[in-house]
Design a protein around this ligand. Sequence first.
Ligand code: NAI
Length: 646
Amino acid sequence: MIQNIIFDFDSTFITEKSINIIIKSAIRRLKDKDERTKALARLNELNSRIMDGKRLIGDALSSVIKLAPLMINDVEQAAGKMSKYLRPQVREIISDLLTRGKNIIVFSLGVDKLVVPLAQSLGIPRNNVFTNNFRLNKNGQVTGFDEENPLFSNIGKLYLAEKLSKSGRLAGDTAIVGDSLSDLSICKNKIGDIFVYFSGSTVWEDIRRQADFSVERFDRLLPLFCSDDELSHDRAGALVSVDEQEIKKPSILLLENVHTRAREKLIAAGYDVRLEKDAWDTAQLCLQNEINVLGIRSRTKISRQVLEEMSNLWIIGAFCIGTNQIDLTAATEAGIPVFNAPYANTRSVAELVVGEVIMLMRRTFEKSSAAHQGKWLKSAHGAREIRGKTVGIIGYGRIGSQVSVLLENMGMSVIYFDIVDKLPLGNAKSAANLEDILKNADIITLHVPDTPVTQGLIGKRELALMKDGICLINASRGKVVDLDALRRAMDSGHVAGAALDVFPEEPAHSEDIFHTPMQGASNVILTPHIGGSTLEAQENIAEYISSKFEKFISTGSTIGSVNLPEMELPRIQGTHRILHIHHNVPGVLAKINSVFARRSINVEGQILQTKGSIGYLIVDVDQDIADQVLNLVKAVTETIKVRKII
Ligand code: NAI
């Protein structure tokens, strides 16, 4: 357990750097406004240089106090007001740590007159407080620093820590709490055992990234330095607060009138669910900070801004096929798994295609349209049965292979072509190449994805290779067929019929006017991309996504997620589970396991997977994790999201 804690004083104990407090009031006294503005800008610049180690600390400090004339009176007056800069909880937490016998040491680049009285008022012994000192002239004006003081140099904190260590004043493990390179260097040089980045003010990400833990509040420090036993029985427990979001039942928001099956299922699983009819805009979404689970369809846009505002979001379900409406990069960076339902409507598409095969071969739409106009086209001309005919399927994936089974059962011969070796179902035969299909099929149906290769897959040349009287169905992607070429082939009589559900340009809204060169051609079925739009498909989607929600909430399973590593770990009775999503850098697992090991918490099961910049860890431990330990895991620097499954 940690015995010594070296605190950086400026920006950690207090909200400002102590030197800044006095120099800012001196700058405010400057008469010229331009001079004041310039001095403040220069101060900011010098502060950054001190933090990132790009400049000699002594030089920077000397430059700071030259920004405006500074008198000893200024320092004395500021000293009396220093406590108003103290961060919340510092007094309570330091007092608590001291009561537990922790050795608290303070390093400050500020000066003794500002720092020592405040540190002593917190109960820290005088000889544990190390600061710089001013030099004054006989008029009481600050002229510079005592340049012999170790803290005037970049390696001052390291030098002092080493000295304390050598003299035996750092017996036991030592933690460093701060936010600068000079704080980090104490750990890098093995004097400190852990470096805790305190991110209460500006975050210096380069430094934070190298810390073992990163906390933004003082109460988060206690579990790092005290055992659970110490924390459980006394007032310290009250000092450590836990985010309510981490322990309460998830709240679920479903938008765009997703099928009620999802709501029923999630309510039956014991969750609170709100179902809304409309798509929501960014402003509405940004107010939903308490939502943990969000279900949308294609009209609700999830931008980076939405994800930043909805900071308690665990998971997003797209109750549709595509995920273009979601900023997937931002979701991944926020550790939010996104799910969609790419296969829930496979059967619906296959059924539409089967229906169209018959409708085209019988020229039904042509006759139906004529009947609507009072014409009676009772004729067998061009009308054929499908039995005994050959259907050519291009793309033998989920939809293509279902179409194959259904049409074979209706008496058709099936030949198919796929760029990947696919096992034939039933009596279907794999064609040697695309031309083989084009030349031998009586009706061709396309089920390929939209790729650079499939764009324009069926053009003038391919149409010419097809049998006279061919019928063509496209319910895959609009760009797969060259519609101008198809129209010409139909007008010439070479192609007898076509059914098109997808188009290169599709209207975004139902009130937009739709144009295609196929309009007005005889025996052509045009449908507005409704291949997958059935009530059953919507219900399947609802069933599928809500089960993804349930599994992620109750087990952390990400199987089927489009952006996070896909993982599942069966639950073992009697264990407790933590989900940890983090930046994928070496050493995260070791840090988390050391948190458990130090508390004798046994890891019963663990699985870690990474995908690009993200790592996902599921850990089962043998005992209920105290909230303090959860906070500790959360404080691991690389952490993006942590959740305990109760
Ligand atoms: P899938 O991924 O299961 O199957 C596609 C198959 O096409 C794969 O076997 C693949 O190897 C093959 N393929 C890829 N490039 C090829 C090429 N150049 N030549 C021959 N084969 C090739 O996809 P699924 O679920 O069967 O969907 C197929 C198409 O249907 C997709 O374009 C999808 O967007 C579309 N779709 C349309 C819907 C609608 O409402 N009309 C609804 C659902 C899907």
